[in-house]
Design a protein around this ligand. Structure first.
Ligand code: ADE
Length: 312
């Protein structure tokens, strides 16, 4: 028997909902709710994602939940650019994921607040996203749902990427995954999207739409869309319906606002390329040397980006 207050019992004991004071709702997904919560013992704040088991099973989302947990486990806490999974537990009705609390919320909020970002901010956060993708892809994970709602800011306004429910773990050396018939795949993902899409279709890559294929390069497409949005305040592909948005994506039908920075324009044009293998970085032996080497990043110290510039 371990005495109740011994170091051992404290280290191994699973947390329970009673270890936290649950506060306000800080995020809502189609089958989860994220609460701000405080650890009673340490007073530390966390974001706790709560999933109703019945809802997960009824909606056939079990594998998405398991995948998210597995991806967060693989990511660990060795990159500063991802939310960290501290613990998981469950009660009869619910599953709980204890995550890093991103105090400053979604990137989207700040793009909208400032209408758009200036070149310095756009460059800085693009560089953070590139470093994040280098790490993510080195761990053989494709996010597949990168968008400004899934990019959060920590207390110091560094990015924290979240929401790995759509992620794919690549398990072989081939860079591209054909996913027909596999419900964990992007074709399953796309079916899911077409039927129950509540968020935004604007960041889906053409290969996911057309061939049900996803690869690391699908995240590079999303990066192009996000950078465009930071710099212009608008998404590149917009339309009155998902169908119209998909049509525009497949036709590569988008325009730059007048007076758009020419180096940034060139960078985005090299990411928003229909053929996934032709995107900047897609064939890099060492990720992502060709992105780092683009003219837009002249003057960027990739070993130390320094503190974030004041948002404007
Ligand atoms: N909304 C969803 N997840 C969150 C998190 N980890 N921190 C803050 N807000 C969130």
């Amino acid at each position: 028997m371990t005495p109740p207050n011994s170091v051992e019992s404290q280290e191994v004991r699973k947390k329970t909902p009673l270890d936290f004071i649950f506060g306000k709702v800080i995020g809502e997904g189609s089958f989860s709710t994220v609460y701000l919560a405080k650890d009673i013992q340490t007073n530390k704040e966390f974001a706790i994602k709560v999933l109703e088991k019945i809802h997960v099973i009824r909606e056939k989302k079990t594998e998405y939940v398991m995948r998210e947990k597995e991806v967060l486990r693989i990511l660990g806490n060795s990159s500063q650019y991802f939310v960290h999974l501290y613990s998981t537990f469950q009660d009869i009705e619910r599953l709980y994921f204890v995550l890093t609390y991103a105090k400053n919320g979604e990137l989207l909020k700040y793009i909208n607040l400032h209408s758009k970002f200036n070149l310095e901010c756009t460059g800085y956060y693009t560089a953070e996203l590139v470093l994040a993708l280098e790490y993510l892809h080195s761990k053989k994970i494709v996010h597949r749902d990168l968008k400004p709602e899934n990019i959060l800011f920590d207390h110091n306004f560094h990015i924290l990427i979240t929401d790995f429910g759509s992620a794919k773990i690549e398990n072989n050396e081939t860079n591209q995954t054909v996913t027909n018939g596999d419900s964990s795949s992007s074709s399953g993902e796309l079916r899911r999207r077409r039927h129950s899409f509540v968020g935004t279709a604007q960041f889906v890559s053409p290969e996911m739409l057309q061939e049900s294929k996803s690869s690391y390069s699908s995240d590079l497409w999303a990066l192009g869309c996000i950078v465009y949005q930071m710099a212009s305040g608008q998404m590149p592909f917009v339309g009155g319906s998902e169908y119209l948005i998909f049509q525009k994506i497949l036709a590569l039908e988008y325009n730059f606002p007048t007076c758009f920075d020419s180096k940034l324009k060139d960078f985005i044009e090299k990411l928003l390329v229909l053929d996934p293998e032709m995107r900047l970085g897609a064939t890099d032996e060492i990720r992502y040397t060709s992105i780092r080497g683009h003219d837009f990043f002249v003057g960027t110290n990739w070993d130390d980006l320094g503190p974030p510039p004041k948002l404007s």
